[in-house]
Ligand binder design. Structure first.
Ligand SMILES: *Cc1c(COP(=O)(O)O)cnc(C)c1O
Length: 354
């Protein structure tokens, strides 16, 4: 590029987050972005079929009331305790903007969702990462110091490691002066949620998404539950940026999906069963991994470097996620797909590792 223009020196420059690949081909096995292998609830399909397209003329409801009410009912909280956004990425981004305004550093794990440092950078929020223990668990001691806020996923990504609610409460108790956010993107796959803490501590925000356990990554629905006080602050910021973020169809589909508890339990149950079977197969193939309570397994092979396995799988049209980064450079993050998809993966791995 040519020399920097004067106006370029005024720009908010950032290094963007890099999402997992979304290849164009349909005939691949896609185990790289933790999507759900099953379609959403059939009740969602009905909503789409019945939708009167003439409604697109009108702006959507700015407060997404139908969706907020359905989520509040499902989780047993007041609608005024629910914030919805366009994917939990939107929700977390809004939460960073709203709550992390101190000049003290916010804290999150050194190995975690790689969007956190990007949001911190884009909003000019100082941050410090806290090392995980060698077994990838969170050490609560690292969060008992002055800070401008705390965020971590539970289970953590990309490790899949679930922390106990008792350990998390220990962190919350040590931090009455900052907002503590728990990103529960994967909690439905066998973890215990921190939702009860939002009634006990008004500085705790729990964030969840429809992208994984509810099979709706393409619709973009995320939500946060917290005290009325926290949610009010978030809504004030949201309505100061863009009131109409979530479209009408999405609001209706999201409300219907969260009402179909039976389908949700069935598909989540299937993924958990496939995950447990996959752990056994991966171990037989010589992989080691921290025990996962999510819809992915973070695995390392005793002989073959992860980067090579990654490339070999890609040649066979199987996509998993690999990061060439310190500490995790010999791991593959493998999304749990259908049983058939996992069997194809194991066949390919057998061949690659022969
Ligand atoms: C997938 C994921 C999200 C974001 O999901 P959305 O699709 O934006 O709802 C947030 N946090 C973690 C840890 C995730 O893995």
């Amino acid at each position: 590029m040519s020399a920097e223009r004067k106006w370029e020196s005024y720009i908010r420059k950032v290094v963007p987050y890099i999402p997992g690949e979304q290849p164009k081909e349909m005939d691949i096995i896609k185990l790289n972005t933790n999507e759900n292998p099953y379609p959403p609830s059939p009740r969602v399909r009905k909503i789409l079929e019945d939708f009167d397209y003439g409604r697109m003329r009108l702006y959507p409801s700015p407060d997404a009331e139908i969706l907020v009410d359905a989520i509040a009912e499902r989780y047993g909280v007041k609608p005024s305790q629910v914030f919805v956004g366009v994917g939990s990425d939107d929700v977390i981004s809004m939460a960073f903007m709203t709550f992390f305004g101190s000049d003290k550093p916010i804290l999150f794990p050194n190995i975690t969702y790689s969007f956190y440092d990007v949001w911190a950078d884009v909003y000019r929020i100082p941050y410090r990462t806290v090392p995980l223990r060698d077994d990838f668990t969170i050490d609560p001691q690292g969060y008992k110091c002055e800070n401008g806020g705390i965020i971590f996923p539970n289970p953590n990504a990309p490790t899949g490691v679930l922390e106990s609610v008792d350990m998390i409460e220990e962190i919350i108790k040590a931090n009455p002066d900052s907002v503590v956010m728990i990103d529960e993107a994967y909690i439905d796959f066998g973890g215990q949620s921190c939702l009860p803490f939002v009634e006990k501590y008004d500085n705790v925000l729990v964030i969840q998404t429809y992208s994984k356990s509810r099979s709706m990554a393409g619709m973009r629905i995320g939500f946060a539950i917290g005290s009325e006080r926290l949610i009010k602050y978030m809504n004030d910021v949201k309505f100061s940026v863009n009131s109409y973020t979530m479209n009408t169809v999405t609001q209706l589909c999201g409300a219907e999906a969260v009402r179909d508890e039976e389908y949700f339990c069935e598909t989540v149950g299937r993924i958990i069963a496939t995950r447990e079977r996959s752990k056994k197969r991966l171990a037989e193939l010589g992989f080691t991994f921290p025990d996962s309570k999510s819809n992915f397994i973070f695995a390392s092979h005793k002989d073959k470097p992860a980067s090579e396995i990654f490339e070999e799988l890609k040649k066979r049209r199987i996509y998993v996620r690999y990061w060439n980064k310190p500490m995790i450079g010999n791991y593959l993050r493998i999304t749990v797909g259908t049983d058939a998809e996992m069997d194809s993966l194991f066949d390919a791995l057998e061949e690659i590792l022969k």
